[in-house]
Write a new protein. Structure first.
Length: 136
């Protein structure tokens, strides 16, 4: 390899490295929300609900849903907002805004039940539909 080809290769590698770092920095700077939140979810009614995620340091993040809007500043790349209690109902739209905007739709407020147990909890409800004395 000639000296000229070697210096061109080093310049190409340096350019590629700089572009990679700039792209990675831009990806980190976006407001993100925890993966537990999505469209078509149910939030617990009549209780304050926390919404959290990550963002660029000192970035202002706003969460709006059902007529309420709350703003906080990310500290150390993390942010958290406590929503006021929601009455049962919906559907609502949640908008999370910072340098980018995330929108979740079809959000309902209701009772959220978490169940845990043994393998018998994985029983298809359709099996109950044809028991003797019942009609389809």
């Amino acid at each position: 390899m000639t000296a000229k080809a070697g210096s061109q290769m080093k310049l190409f590698q340096l350019t590629l490295t700089v572009l990679t770092l700039l792209t990675a920095d831009a990806a980190v700077a976006e407001v993100r929300v925890s993966e537990i939140f999505s469209s078509d979810m149910v939030l617990q009614r009549d209780r304050s609900v926390a919404v959290w995620g990550t963002a660029d340091g000192d970035e202002e993040v706003t969460v709006a849903i059902a007529g309420q809007s709350h703003t906080t500043t990310a500290r150390g790349g993390r942010w958290k907002i406590a929503l006021e209690s929601l009455k049962a109902g919906g559907p609502h739209e949640m908008k999370i805004t910072g340098t980018n905007t995330i929108v979740f739709s079809n959000i309902l407020a209701g009772d959220v039940l978490l169940c845990g147990g043994q393998s018998n909890m994985d029983f298809d409800m359709s099996a109950y539909m044809c028991w003797p004395g019942t009609y389809r």
